[in-house]
Ligand binder design. Structure first.
Ligand code: IMP
Length: 436
């Protein structure tokens, strides 16, 4: 790890594209030298893949730091906590030999994502004209309830009569909503929902046993001189405010969301590490300005194993979009960049970066536009570079990379305006370059 990262006590790790940048691996690597890892938004829509030796772990809610013995992992108030999925994941980790005793805390202020949210998510998608292509994990409806001030928080579980009443009312409201959407539950679906609600109620004491004030805990950890990593899910272009709205998720994925989503002030954050893949991918609907043609798309998907970790859906692929990366550097206030999956480009004879957008009327833009629909019509302005056509997986320093790969990284750094701190050249923990 670079000396700069070592000096930072509270670091945010944030995705700078449309998610799937490889944050899970970066957090896993950095977790070794921190004391606490805390997730600040999203829910079980995330799929963070981490390789430890020959084993693969896909984490949806529990921070990737959990795979390092002894590290404390928190889920902040900004998270929507899917009770059933969370304990499924928790128990699966224990079954695989990960000791979780005293290591996981969930915010008392986190909102619960309940079985009806998933049903409503799928119903809303089925009835939508402009489908978002959600993960179907109930994220939008859960955040709608939160913003609508009718959500159920972990703290509510402490009062059984109130919890029961909120659950009954929530389920009833969901049934009414489904009728209004013209998609009432049939007998089997209604029974499945009932059973899922019973199981959720049964987890009440278990979730309370993990409940903490995450803001207070992180504050104490920082005062005690501990190091904290705030882990984001999804990416900047999926941020509710700054992303390609409406094709976004329902939370603030960007770095500022880390402060509100954990419960610390922004002045407690020392560094923001932005994660970018060496090319671009997107899963779900909405524009991908640098998207490849069909043949190249299929080739890159194969080379990079670009299939969703949560839904298994194929990801669309494209060249590195420096317009988006520079926007992400600004919106997140990046202090550094981690470039992942450089090795996926190893066999390409030529590689391009997108430096601007050309609109159908011939005008150009070098800043990421707010008009998502216009973004669907642009032609990327590409800058071509020769590929290195050599394996990079064995490099552990920048000097060990082929010169052309170094030049490609230099160009990413120059166009983005953020210094590269880490480069990932493979799935293994050891396949990482720390830049001093
Ligand atoms: P939702 O978060 O399930 O509501 O989905 C909204 C959009 O965000 C869809 O385009 C999803 O494909 C995308 N999305 C949500 N989570 C992830 C993720 O972890 N990686 C990549 N895309 C995601």
């Amino acid at each position: 790890m670079s000396s700069r990262m070592n000096a930072d006590r509270c670091t945010v790790v944030v995705g700078c594209q449309w998610g799937d940048e490889g944050k899970g691996k970066i957090v896993d690597v950095l977790a070794e030298s921190v004391d606490v890892v805390a997730r600040y938004q999203g829910g079980a829509n995330a799929g963070h893949t981490v390789h430890v030796g020959d084993a693969e772990f896909i984490l949806h809610q529990i921070p990737s730091g959990i795979l390092h013995a002894g590290k404390r992992c928190l889920l902040g108030n900004g998270v929507v906590l899917d009770l059933l999925q969370f304990f499924e994941e928790y128990d699966a980790l224990v079954a695989r030999g990960i000791d979780l005793e005293g290591r996981v805390g969930v915010s008392l202020r986190a909102h619960l994502l309940l079985p009806w949210h998933r049903v409503l998510d799928r119903a809303a998608e089925a009835g939508a004209r402009d489908k978002i292509g959600t993960t179907g994990r109930g994220i939008g409806p859960a955040y709608e309830d939160k913003a609508g001030r009718r959500g159920i928080r972990v703290a509510d579980a402490a009062n059984l009569p109130r919890f029961e009443e909120l659950m009954t009312r929530g389920a009833e409201r969901a049934r009414e909503r489904l009728v209004a959407l013209g998609l009432p539950l049939d007998g089997a679906e209604a029974q499945a929902l009932e059973e899922a609600l019973e199981r959720s109620m049964g987890l009440r004491e278990r979730i309370l046993s993990l409940a903490v004030d995450t803001g207070l805990e992180v504050d104490h950890a920082l005062r005690d001189g501990q190091r904290v990593l705030l882990e984001g899910a999804q990416g900047t272009a999926l941020d509710l405010d700054h992303g390609t709205y409406p094709f976004v998720t329902s939370s603030n994925t960007t770095a500022a969301g880390a402060a509100t989503g954990i419960g610390v002030g922004p002045t407690r954050i020392d560094a923001v590490l932005g994660v970018v893949k060496a090319y671009t991918t997107r899963v779900g609907n909405g524009p991908l300005p640098t998207g490849f043609d069909e043949e190249m798309d299929a080739r890159m998907r194969e080379l990079g194993g670009e299939f969703g970790a949560t839904t298994g859906r194929p990801r669309r692929c494209g060249w590195f979009d420096a317009v988006l990366a520079r926007y992400a550097a600004r919106v997140n206030g990046l202090t550094g960049l981690a470039v992942t999956k450089l090795d996926v480009l190893d066999t390409l004879p030529e590689i391009a970066l997108c430096t601007g957008y050309r609109f159908p009327d011939g005008s150009t833009a070098s800043e990421f536009p707010a008009d998502t629909w216009a973004l669907g019509d642009i032609e990327p302005i590409l800058e071509w570079m020769p590929g290195w056509e050599q394996s990079t997986g064995g490099a552990r320093t920048l000097e060990e990379l082929p010169e052309r790969a170094r030049r490609y990284l230099d160009r990413i750094e120059a166009l983005t305006g953020a210094p590269i701190r880490m480069v990932s050249v493979g799935t293994r923990r050891s396949q990482i370059i720390h830049v001093a």
